[in-house]
Design a protein around this ligand. Sequence first.
Ligand code: GRG
Length: 311
Amino acid sequence: MKRNSSKHGTRSPIQNATFDLNEFLASSTAAVNDALDDFLPSATTRPTTIHRAMRYSLFAGGKRIRPALCLAAAAACGGTQAGALPLACAVECIHTYSLIHDDLPAMDNDDYRRGKLTNHKVFGEGIAILAGDALLTQAFEIAAQAAKPPRFSHLDMILELARASGSLHLIAGQVADLEGEGRKLSQEQLRYIHERKTSALLSCSVRLGGMSANCSAAHLQALTTFGRNVGLAFQVIDDILDVTQTSAQLGKTAGKDTRAKKATYPAIVGLAESRRIAERLTRKAFDALKPFRGRAPALEALAQHLLGRKS
Ligand code: GRG
């Protein structure tokens, strides 16, 4: 990973010359893919259509950012990859479910996702709805199999997942997004959507990683603030990429937000200010990591990487 000098006054990943993010992402993605393959019923398990549909979207080539954040948070808290893996997989199942449903004709009506035809285009709407439902349920089944750390119960971890994906967070964001289409939203209203639609699950990812490592209350609080700010920055960058990148670069239809008359950061404050906002949020995320005293290099590098991502 390339590193520049920091202007932020706080410690940033840039100063961590020894951490190799590419290596971390490659190994965490491989571990998550293997574990997901083990957790999910095989494609030949009956009814085969649903298992093929679940696997189709799950292994379509997502960036695996949420699992990486979960594993990075576990490492920052002194935990192991093995301890965090079930929770990292659970979060990825919820994320993939949300994408399958988001692409449905009744929602965003998209033909491409992760560089491939969307689930409903391949399997039909009925199976796509069921594949999303099954992945959501699968997430809880997987989380229930995580090892129990001394400070947290399975109930704590399941509650964490349920809250992030329920009607106060992920679904709330999607509802506000749907209802906001074609309407002029304020920056505060847009932030409400982003905090719920995107930030909640990223924050949940790092919190679960911390919990798997039996983290302290202070570290859990730091991870919450980190996840919230990285999550918001992630969605602001997503809004920017929708207008600056091509469909081929994104692996999904570019320019959809503009066509759907969706409120986005570039639409409300312009591209340059959107970039500044994403940088400010990333800086806040770095600041939140202070309690780790430099022992969260993967989290730092991920935050920096997400700010500069191109897809
Ligand atoms: C319950 C009917 C029903 C629908 C739920 C909750 C929901 C649908 C949709 C919200 C999901 C959504 C599109 C959130 C936006 C978050 C976002 C930027 C997703 C893209 O994440 P990446 O870039 O994707 O990490 P990959 O494909 O790399 O995993």
